[in-house]
Design a protein. Structure first.
Length: 434
């Protein structure tokens, strides 16, 4: 069943590869102060936010990023003096964003704590307490064939976890800085790597030998050569805006209702792509090791609070927007008679566009007249056919009452290995006006 539609016009696709191609990659942040503290795989750069803000004829006062991730939009807006409301359902991402947005750090105090950590772990030999987790794949054990962390690495990690938890409450804001440093080395010291949609074992994982001390040294090095340097150079001048207080943890589909009507000037965001990636799985090391999860029920709750872009949750059939391109694609999917790599794909696709329709509908009353929206997405492919996600979302928006300005093609990404007949997929920025 489809959601009732009204007639709309085709949205133009414009080539912006030269201007924006590198800016939709988070890797462009690797030399940027604070942004470089944690190497996110997904997400766009701070320069993209600056470039978009610079396009506006009137400088925006209030921004919204309903898919805040690790805080790129909120932090860049903070630097520019723009209030930014940011929502994030992943608790690790949410806390990392808030850690980056804080401005009440004392570099000398942080340096003293680094020295305290170094002294505490120096020559550590006592076995630290490992958490009791429902997942049993993380730690080395004689009754397992595979594990993600060798015993020496596990000990090194939880030496630091234990020390962080014992930081005095009067200095609790610094816990996030050390957690950030630890999070950034979890995958490099593990036996796995991120292969896009999940974690896979490194080919030589059995030969990799990382000592307990090396884990300590890597964290200490990040604290000194990145975080401390940035604290000393960045916070000499206090920020004009404190977006720390405008960042919320939860489901963006629900949090939008809390915004004041006619309050938002601009939206800059990148929702999860319709590529069946489960971010609770991709970032499971950070979630489980750093104490955000201890049971599969908690993990399932995170998945359910995300928009329907992955197949690890069994989604129910639902109404979806009546858009010609989407109708054609759904018809194609149905014609395959279940011959897909996952049976949950059809309901995921319907649910994804139903979620985007609902969010754009609910957001409309929160926007000022003339507000601009910039939505970074990528097309997808299932059953060896391209789903033009950007075109479909733009037409959904037009049905609701937005004015699509253009779809900016910014680069092409490789399709998944399941789609043998589809080579590259368009990544784009949908530009809408309220």
């Amino acid at each position: 069943m489809t959601i009732k539609a009204r007639k709309n016009n085709k949205v133009r696709v414009v080539n912006y590869n030269h201007d924006f191609g590198d800016l939709v990659l988070f890797s462009a942040n690797k030399y940027q102060s604070v942004h470089r503290w944690y190497p996110l795989v997904e997400g766009f750069s701070s320069e993209l936010v600056r470039r978009i803000v610079g396009e506006q004829t009137t400088f925006p006062q209030v921004c919204l990023d309903p898919f805040g991730g690790v805080g790129t939009t909120a932090l860049t807006c903070q630097d520019l003096g723009i209030k930014c409301f940011s929502f994030e359902n992943n608790p690790f991402f949410y806390n990392l964003a808030r850690t980056k947005l804080r401005s009440d750090y004392d570099p000398d105090q942080f340096e003293a704590l680094i020295s305290s950590l170094e002294k505490a772990v120096n020559g550590a030999k006592k076995k630290p307490s490992l958490p009791r987790l429902e997942t049993d794949t993380l730690f080395e054990s004689k009754d397992k064939d595979k594990w993600i962390f060798d015993k020496s690495v596990s000990y090194g990690i939880f030496d630091i976890v234990s020390w962080i938890s014992n930081i005095d409450d009067s200095l609790k804001q610094y816990r996030g800085l050390f957690e950030c440093a630890l999070a950034s080395i979890l995958v490099p010291v593990s036996n796995v790597f991120r292969n896009g949609k999940c974690l896979s074992y490194k080919n030589d994982w059995k030969e990799i030998k990382i000592s307990r001390k090396e884990v300590h040294d890597r964290v200490l090095d990040i604290c000194r050569t990145k975080i401390l340097i940035d604290l000393r150079t960045r916070f000499i001048i206090k920020p004009l805006m404190h977006n720390f207080i405008h960042t919320s943890h939860g489901d963006a589909r629900k949090l939008i209702s809390d915004l004041r009507n006619d309050s938002i000037d601009i939206v800059i965001t990148s929702p999860p792509y319709l590529n069946s990636r489960d971010y609770a799985d991709i970032y499971r090391l950070e979630l489980w090791v750093l104490g955000y999860l201890s049971t599969f029920a908690e993990e399932k709750k995170i998945r359910k609070s995300a928009i329907r872009s992955h197949v690890q949750t069994v989604w129910e059939d639902c109404e979806y927007p009546n858009v010609k391109e989407l109708e054609i694609f759904i018809k194609h999917i149905n014609s395959l008679n279940g011959q897909l790599w996952n049976k949950n794909i059809p309901n995921m696709i319907k649910g994804y566009f139903a979620d985007m329709h609902g969010m754009l509908q609910d957001l409309k009353s929160k926007l000022k007249n003339g507000a601009m929206l910039y939505i970074n997405v990528a097309n997808s492919a299932y059953g060896n056919k391209v789903c033009e996600v950007d075109v479909i979302i733009a037409e959904i928006a037009q049905q609701i009452g937005y004015s699509p300005v253009e779809i900016r093609e910014v680069r092409h990404v490789k399709s998944s290995r399941q789609q043998k007949e589809v080579d590259k997929l368009r990544e784009s920025i949908i530009v809408l006006e309220h």
